[in-house]
Write a protein that binds this ligand. Sequence first.
Ligand SMILES: [Cu+2]
Length: 325
Amino acid sequence: MDKQWNRLVGYFVATVVVSTLLVLVPNMFGGGWFPDLVSVEGGRIDDLAIGLTILSIVIFSIVAAIVIYCVVHFRVAPGDDSDGEPIHGHHTIEVIWTVIPAIIVIVVGVLSYAVLVKNEEVSAKEVDKTVFVRAYQFGWAFSYDGVALTDSDGEALKESTDLVVPVGDVTRYEVMACSGREQTGLCVERYGPPAAKTPEPNRDSDQADVNHAFWVPEARLKIDAVSGVHTWTQFTTDSETTVDQHMQVVCAELCGSGHNGMRTDFCSVSPDTFEWWTEHADVTCNVLRYFTCDVEGSYDSRYAAIETLLATDDDATCDDLEVAA
Ligand SMILES: [Cu+2]
């Protein structure tokens, strides 16, 4: 019996080691399983994912150890085609294999719920910023509750094409799928009647858009964008987007032929940069990231320098900008 246990424990330890290594390999030889983390709430989700991975390795290793043990030690002799002895009615085992998974499911559920509650503890009234996210075939448009956007020429802009948020603001994303051609309903209530500037959706009627899903992988948060239904998620960025970072809002629900191109840039900027951007809301994240470079001057002069630089070198670094400025 002792020998059996020793072998079982040996297989268990070996499986734990091998599966742990397999989990760690991508972290040792690359960027890891997840993209860079940029939100406070996403940190809790990562912690949960790591905890569940450890739990999964333990459970997998117990199962694998028993399977390996059986395969190695209870193998039939060559030429033995007889069936195994039928066994049924072992109450203890039935109780064990019911109770343990039930406990695991409850623990996972409670932990996940705790993370969700913590991540959503700031109420809609207390968030620093609310962004209305409009998903359509095939693109994204963003407007900001209580913030008037204008383009660089001073013309009012109903929506921006890039998602720009101030770093550290608890930001709530109110999401809906709207083609922009709806004549009535929740889309019109939120976004008003169709505007001439609204991007032309790839549909020929005024009916609502298909479903999409709003996802910023670096923030770890994702929520469905459903036609005629308000959904929301919220997260708080913890760092400004730098020149070597490229983050995007991605559609996470297969929504048609243009689904894979349904993405737009996302960036987190300083409160001052955000303030400036609201009056230059046609400026993209690609440009805004360069405001983190250590270059003197007013926003307008730095913007001019960045534009000039990017016109000749779309891979420019902060050093290039310092030389140019
Ligand atoms: Cu989509």
